[in-house]
Design a protein around this ligand. Structure first.
Ligand code: PLP
Length: 417
């Protein structure tokens, strides 16, 4: 296995962690559609439970056996092993949705009375959970945005009056939908500053927009990486799923809470994601190169006021430094302002033919949406304004179609504006 570890993830997505001898020689890992697993002996069942419930440590080379599909299932285990390769994480836990992964991580690493510091904006569902659910458990939150310097952020923490209770720094970068960037090394530095021997401040990063190919938060000091696997990892708009990655110690905690919340993914979801992972790299690379062509076209169009895209950040912009050290690609998300506001933006959206008018992102088909009235409608109007989410903003998730056809579709829709 050590030889295989050295190979690139894209070479291992078809085979890693699965042995055809387990399943009649089947080249693909089958769907293990079963709720429970037969023990060879009562002694074996006892040993599995001791480990699963943490009553004793694993002996060297001892494996946790299969018990019950809420705890573990071959489709999830093989998938989790494969997912660790991209981020070079020790362990991974897969969930039935991205929000299930995010909320489980927040619940596990925060306690009543704690303070959560998060970037703004964050995904709508995450925002709702922080403001309306965590508050019920006495967990407070404060936020910072991409215009805040490290000094400003330290001041925000100091002025909160709760700096001794800082439990987690939660980061979403690039921010949705404007692609604003946050410096992960800086976030890890702040977490370290407020950590004590007894209390470590956890840094968690939602890497859905870039991952797992184009940004690797663990390498920049993050403790947990979170994904909506519904997006690039699934990549075909046909499954909802999520993942959390990190050290063996941290993922053990996440997995234990997952067992008791019961929000693990089922075998079907595991199987679909394994199939998706085989084409992850070619899909994402094609999407990124298409996005580059689309962004270039938009940036020259007279009816387009501004394009928000990582590949167009100017060298003198402070964001450029973060982009260069943290991102391996400009990605495949392009937002832009149409001249003339909501009315013109809607005209554009209603006249697209190849690109579909829908939320979500990262899939093979290109999607367009209107953040101000759709994904970000719940954000307070003044916050929306501060983040440049106005009536004229359109968000595009670029797919794997021929880029000339995408540009033709955009060109025709812009003509109607
Ligand atoms: C979609 C999304 C989520 C939520 O994931 P689900 O799979 O829909 O639960 C979280 N964060 C980001 C950035 C997303 O785009």
């Amino acid at each position: 296995m050590y030889m295989k570890k050295k190979m690139k993830p894209e070479s291992l997505m078809m085979s890693y962690g699965y042995n055809p001898e387990w399943s009649e020689g089947a080249v693909k890992c089958p769907i293990f559609q079963t709720s429970t697993f037969v023990f060879k002996t009562a002694e074996e069942g006892k040993a599995f439970f001791e480990i699963a419930y943490g009553h004793r440590e694993k002996k060297p080379r001892e494996q946790l056996g299969l018990i019950y599909s809420r705890l573990n299932n071959p489709d999830l285990e093989v998938l989790e092993n494969r997912l660790t390769l991209w981020d070079e994480a020790e362990e991974c836990a897969v969930f039935e949705s991205g929000l299930a992964a995010i909320t489980t991580a927040l619940l596990e690493f925060l306690s009543p009375g704690d303070l959560l510091l998060h970037t703004s904006p964050v995904y709508g569902g995450t925002d709702h959970f922080i403001k309306h659910v965590l508050t019920k458990f006495g967990i407070h939150s404060i936020s910072f945005n991409a215009s805040h310097s490290e000094k400003d952020i330290l001041q925000i923490i100091e002025e909160s009056g709760m700096k001794d209770r800082l439990g987690m720094i939660y980061v979403e970068t690039p921010a949705n939908p404007t692609n604003a960037l946050f410096d992960l090394d800086m976030c890890a530095r702040i977490a370290k500053r407020y950590s004590t021997k007894e209390r470590k401040v956890c840094t968690a990063v939602d890497n859905t927009y870039m991952g797992p190919l184009w940004q690797h938060p663990l390498k920049h000091g993050a403790d947990l990486v979170l994904y909506s696997a519904t997006k690039y990892i699934g990549g075909h708009s046909d499954v909802i799923a999520g993942a959390c990655l990190g050290s063996a110690q941290n993922i053990k905690r996440i997995r234990t809470l997952r067992t008791f919340l019961g929000n693990m993914a089922g075998p079907w979801t595991g199987w679909l994601l394994m199939r998706s992972l085989e084409t992850l790299k070619p899909r994402m690379e094609l999407q990124a190169s298409n996005a580059m062509q689309v962004a270039k076209y938009l940036s020259k169009h007279p009816k387009v006021e501004k394009v928000y895209y990582l590949g167009l950040i100017k060298e003198k912009d402070p964001q450029y430094r973060i982009y260069k050290k943290q991102f391996l690609s400009p990605g495949a998300m392009v937002s832009f302002d149409v001249k003339g506001g909501e009315k013109k933006a809607f005209k554009f959206l209603n006249n697209l033919q190849l690109i579909k008018l829908a939320v979500s992102l990262g899939s093979t088909e290109s999607l367009a949406e209107h953040p101000a009235t759709m994904t970000h409608v719940d954000v307070a109007p003044e916050e929306r304004k501060a983040m440049s989410i106005t009536g004229k903003l359109i968000r595009l998730s670029v797919g794997v179609e021929n880029y000339e056809d995408l540009i033709l579709d955009i060109e025709e829709a812009l003509k109607k504006c």
